[in-house]
Design a protein around this ligand. Structure first.
Ligand code: THU
Length: 126
């Protein structure tokens, strides 16, 4: 969470003014960061979680063990639907997903709780 909070000023969110940062812990014990990256063509926006996971994969991560998300809002935010699916591609159902609020309270859920029934074709029997 601390690493995500430190990255928050790097968010590119001039259209929504809603800054988000994410940190993911990989299977080698490394933390990778992401921020939301918006675009003048709004639909091209990338969420912080998916940016962080892309950075992790580019660095050679195979699995994600934990996710932290912050938006420096009063209440903790939760990953959007698309990010939930992408998190489950790399994280087991019991992997913790943490999010903080401005009061410092951290809410922890799991990747599986966020997206029951995720589409996972790699585990699909033939
Ligand atoms: N956003 C994220 O980065 N992660 C989420 O899980 C929810 C939404 C971003 C996208 C957009 O730049 C801004 O927050 C407002 O929707």
């Amino acid at each position: 969470m601390a690493r995500a909070r430190a990255a928050l000023p790097n968010a590119h969110a001039p259209y929504s003014d809603f800054r988000v940062a994410a940190a993911v812990l990989d299977d080698q014990g490394r933390v990778h960061l992401g921020v939301n990256v918006e675009n003048a063509s709004y639909g091209l926006t990338n969420c912080a979680e998916r940016v962080a996971i892309g950075v992790a994969v580019a660095a050679g991560a195979k699995r994600i063990l934990a996710v932290g998300v912050t938006a420096a809002k009063l209440k903790p935010i939760t990953p959007c639907g698309a990010c939930r699916q992408v998190i489950r591609e790399f994280a087991d159902a019991d992997a913790p997903v943490a999010s903080d609020g401005l009061d410092g309270r951290i809410v922890v859920t799991t990747a599986g709780e966020l997206l029951p029934g995720a589409f996972l074709s790699l585990t699909q029997p033939d």
